[in-house]
Design a protein around this ligand. Structure first.
Ligand code: SF4
Length: 615
């Protein structure tokens, strides 16, 4: 079969301040109809430039030095703009940065309809509208009909990403270039998007160039994978062969960096059939949550005056022991970010208390509050927008010291140099602006900014999620060393279960504002007690055979709205194991083993009488 896309000897240069640098060097490959070809590599390897070159979007300071890009035999690089515009219905592109990609002044659905009709004028407005709503529904935009009329600002980041995927797919293109599209998505939604892409290849013979910084994600989607390192194509193989027997040293490193999730088998004892009593709060807890809830009043949809209660966090209780690497995981909207704000006292809870070494942090003020802020430091997610672009790196790290009363410039400089060294930042960068730093180096600056005050607890809010797997691997090694050297306690807020498997000893799984499972790492991955945890594990991309098959753990639909919580178990509408009693009785956290908990009627001991009726 003739390829849809043929790239030959493609080289792209970047010219900055009169200096030329090679970004892509002699790349060549084919993509056949219906084929999904993966492209993996570290950030900065040239993947995004390649994906933009393929859709003929290279603009200064980038320039194509040599090569050919043929779409259905036609050389795109020689096409006049008008002919290229005509091809836009057949070649679609979707990138990783969803915010700002659509016009903020027009409803999302209308923009996608306009785009579809611009490239396919033969489609009627009504038909276009129906097609867009069907696709919005297929990528699990809740209430797709109503959301069709919402503006971009009313969509969350994950929803915008899905809307852009709809925007790219709506004209049934012959070639779709998907540049890191699943990176900002939850594993369950990412799995759904990949399924949708596969359907597209089968129904419309669409070929997909699937660019990803994660090899496990590429494995989910692509039958063949290209590996790019420093602008060169270093390996190309069928994906399974590439993982089983990588030929190039760089690919071998990539494979070796992927955390092992299950390895050879379980090492955790099975949970006992009869529950043991709930253990008392440990004496060495550094952070404890007791019945913490957070409720917001929000404007009622479709009403000018009315308000509703949004219950973002509901009755959360757990302890984090000194030296723990504790993770809070769950899908977008599960309450993780609210919990992060409560833990860091950016907000006070509407009920319950957050204790730090026994003190309710809501009661702290003045020097005590400053002391708490020194003790618990936050490391944020976004390595690009979290650093002020016009402040030198050293000055950025000096600022927290000055806020906390340091006055001696010599001592301040010494402390900043020491912390830069500690996190692996060259001290020579002291007076530099963050402009030229890679994402990984920027995140090291963020870690240094948190570490400069010698905290005891680091609260990591999706700190690694914007980094490629090589940078993640290096930062996890850094966190491990810092923890051993300084006795730190880590709290990770994350949707990345592979990272959590590697880095955390204790894990809380949240669903719709509640902790539905709290367990040690081995128990959670080998013997999860809650169907939601199993569904998350079944959807996570990995290089190993899955322990939980997606078809057994299938989770359909969206979570209910936190404004209109259902009776009984909140997970019921998506649970493959739900039975009658789940509709009326909310499950309580039940002890499994020595100190693990899961909130499900099917946990042995949770309600034997209920289960007898369910069998
Ligand atoms: S209580 Fe029922 S609905 Fe909820 S997770 Fe367990 S089986 Fe599923």
């Amino acid at each position: 079969m003739d390829p849809v896309l043929s790239v030959r000897d493609l080289s792209v240069d970047l010219t900055l301040s009169g200096r030329e640098r090679t970004i892509l060097d002699g790349i060549g490959f084919d993509v056949a109809p219906r084929e999904i070809v993966g492209v993996v590599g570290a950030s900065g390897a040239g993947k995004t430039v390649l994906s933009r070159a393929v859709v003929n979007w290279i603009a200064p300071p980038l320039a194509i030095r040599s090569g050919e890009i043929r779409f259905r035999g036609q050389d795109l690089l020689g096409l006049p703009p008008r002919a290229m515009r005509r091809l836009r219905r057949d070649i679609a592109y979707v990138g990783a940065d969803p915010m700002g990609a659509l016009d903020p002044t027009l409803p999302v659905g209308r923009q996608i309809v306009e785009k579809l009709r611009a490239v396919m004028p033969e489609v009627s407005r009504q038909e276009a509208r129906e097609r867009v709503i069907a696709l919005l529904d297929a990528v699990r935009i809740p209430s797709a009909h109503a959301r069709f009329h919402d503006y971009p600002s009313q969509f969350s980041g994950g929803m915008m990403q899905r809307a852009l995927i709809v925007d790219a797919m709506v004209s049934n293109p012959a070639l779709l270039v998907a540049d890191n599209v699943t990176q900002p998505l939850d594993v369950t939604v990412a799995a759904q998007v990949i399924r949708l892409m596969r359907e597209l290849t089968e129904r419309f013979e669409t070929a997909i160039l699937f660019v990803s910084s994660s090899l496990p994600v590429a494995r989910e989607a692509a039958s063949r994978t290209l590996v790019i390192d420093a602008g060169r194509l270093v390996e190309e193989q069928p994906t399974e062969a590439l993982i089983a027997a990588p030929r190039h040293a760089y690919t071998r490193d990539l494979v070796a960096q992927i955390p092992v999730i299950w390895g050879t088998g379980p090492t955790v004892p099975a949970a006992p059939k009869t529950p043991t009593p709930k253990p008392p709060a440990p004496a060495d807890a550094i952070v404890s949550l007791r019945g913490v809830s957070q409720t917001y009043r929000v404007k009622k949809r479709g009403s000018f005056a009315g308000t509703s209660e949004l219950r973002a966090v509901r009755n959360v209780t757990f302890d984090i022991v000194k030296g723990d690497s504790f993770a809070v995981v769950g899908e977008s909207g599960c309450g993780k970010s609210t919990l992060m704000r409560l833990l860091s006292r950016l907000e006070r809870p509407s009920a319950g208390s957050v204790l730090c070494e026994g003190r309710d942090i809501a009661d702290l003020s003045g020097p005590e509050l400053l002391g708490f802020r020194r003790k618990l430091q936050l490391v944020l997610q976004d390595p690009f927008n979290s650093l002020p672009p016009r402040t030198g790196i050293g000055a950025m790290l000096e600022a927290p010291l000055r806020t906390h009363g340091w006055r001696d410039p010599k001592k301040i400089r010494e402390r900043v140099r020491a912390v830069m060294d500690d996190v692996g930042l060259p001290v020579a960068l002291y007076d530099d602006l963050p402009l030229g730093l890679s994402a990984g180096q920027r995140q090291r600056v963020n870690v240094a900014r948190a570490m400069v005050l010698e905290p005891e607890i680091l609260l990591m809010d999706e700190t690694l999620s914007a980094l490629d797997q090589t940078e993640q691997f290096k930062l996890l090694a850094l966190f491990d060393r810092l923890q051993r050297t300084h006795g730190l306690t880590y709290i990770y807020i994350s949707h990345d279960l592979a990272m959590v498997r590697k880095a955390c000893n204790r894990i809380a799984v949240m669903y719709l504002g509640e902790v539905v499972e709290l367990a040690d790492n081995e128990r959670l991955f080998f013997d999860p007690g809650h169907p939601y945890t199993r569904a998350l594990l079944s959807a996570m991309p990995a290089l190993e055979a899955r322990r939980y098959r997606p078809e057994d753990c299938l989770m359909e639909g969206e979570p209910p709205s936190p404004i209109d919580l259902p009776q009984g178990c909140a997970f019921r509408s998506r649970c493959p194991q739900a039975f009658e009693a789940c509709a009326t009785l909310p499950p309580l956290l039940t002890v499994r083993g020595a100190r693990d908990l899961a909130a499900c009627h099917r946990v042995p001991g949770a309600g034997a009488a209920l289960l007898a009726g369910a069998a």
